[in-house]
Ligand binder design. Structure first.
Ligand SMILES: C[S@@+](CC[C@H](N)C(=O)[O-])C[C@H]1O[C@@H](n2cnc3c(N)ncnc32)[C@H](O)[C@@H]1O
Length: 345
């Protein structure tokens, strides 16, 4: 016998302007509701369930993808950069798109396939970019011509309360880009003492009130284990209100996210293997979103230039222009650096 069909109502709006991520069904379906999505974009916001690629023109100018070349988008996200780079590699070229996120990756792949990118031109793989040499070896490649990495997390991850990335939305304190791996931030918190937590806040996000905030978080944790974004936010505000409360909350979330996802280790490994993954003359561009990332990229590119692995590297970071800053406030913290691989491998 067929199981009875269950009719599920779409979640109703609680008011005129939907505030909850799940209620923004029009923004989640741009093909059906282009006008709504356009309005959201014009207001300088990112429609729910999507992500706006940052510094696209600058990245295309640096990477200069050519027909027949092979590229890697190490952080596929919503596929915005891939959708711009890949057509420029055709005919004859190919793009390998990587991402650790097993929830968003299939959605992005489906969108890109529906847009006409076939499997001979676009290879999508759920993996950490630190494993790039293994991905290339599995496809019989010794190097590629173009590499892009757009670090951090996507708007889809950030805006989905179920993933716990944002202090503005209540949800489980998870913060993992790959929820099938490692431990959520709530579990990590339960293992930390004050000194270690303060150290994480300083090292991962330069938090000036680290000691005070760590003490407040662990006092709250002792009263009741912190399992939600709201509980963590309250504990940080209790220590940092009146100083730079909101900024500190943002920095605490960033620091824990970096720790939970081991982001610095992944970036350092990626930077170490990168020159060996580029063909002579190959170009790499990396977008970073805070000083801990940018410091590592700058140091690695400078060392690569000294070791003659690169012929040229960015002298200065490139920032988003005023028009992009107005249209997409999330571009304000982005810093872009590039390098060009030398002739010898
Ligand atoms: C800022 S978003 C990329 C957005 C993308 N450029 C676009 O235009 O849609 C960063 C993405 O990188 C992924 N990511 C972060 N660290 C990663 C890692 N070590 N390996 C692979 N993917 C990673 C995240 O899951 C996220 O989807």
């Amino acid at each position: 016998m067929e199981p009875p069909k269950i009719h599920r109502r779409r979640p109703r709006y609680s008011g005129k302007n939907p505030r909850r991520f799940e209620e923004k069904y029009k923004e989640h379906d741009p093909a059906r509701y282009p006008d709504t999505v356009q309005k959201v974009l014009e207001s300088g916001k990112t429609p729910a369930g999507s992500h706006r690629p940052i510094m696209v023109a600058e990245i295309l100018a640096i990477l200069a993808p050519q027909p027949g070349e092979i590229a890697v988008d190490a952080t596929l996200g919503h596929g915005g950069h891939t959708a711009e780079i890949l057509p420029r590699l055709l005919p004859g070229g190919k793009l390998f798109a990587l991402d650790v996120d097993p929830l968003e990756l299939p959605r992005t792949e489906a969108r890109l396939r529906a847009a006409g990118f076939t499997e001979d031109a676009l290879v999508v793989q759920q993996t950490n970019f630190a494993g790039l040499p293994r991905v290339l070896a599995a496809h019989g490649l010794s190097g590629v011509d173009v590499v892009l990495a757009d670090l951090g997390c996507s708007s889809m991850q950030f805006d989905n309360p179920a993933r716990g990335f944002s202090f503005k939305l209540d949800g489980p304190l998870d913060l993992r880009m790959n929820p099938n791996k490692g431990r959520p931030a709530s579990t990590l918190l339960a293992t930390l003492d004050e000194a270690k937590l303060a150290q994480i806040l300083v090292e991962n996000s330069d938090e000036p009130h680290a000691a005070r905030i760590a003490q407040s978080i662990l006092h709250a944790q002792a009263r009741q284990p912190i399992g939600t974004t709201r509980a963590l936010t309250a504990a940080v505000r209790a220590a940092a209100s009146g100083v730079d409360g909101e900024t500190s909350v943002r920095r605490v979330f960033q620091a824990l996210r970096i720790e939970v996802n081991e982001e610095f280790a992944a970036l350092e490994n990626f930077l170490r293997v990168l020159p060996g993954c580029l063909n002579p003359g190959g170009r790499v561009a990396i977008l970073t979103f805070h000083s801990g990332e940018d410091r590592r990229v700058k140091k690695s590119f400078t060392a690569g230039l000294g070791a003659e692995l690169f012929t040229n590297v960015a002298d200065e970071v490139i920032r988003a222009g005023s028009e992009e800053l107005r249209a997409n406030p999330r571009s304000s913290s982005a810093k872009l650096r590039w390098a060009v691989r030398s002739g010898a491998k």
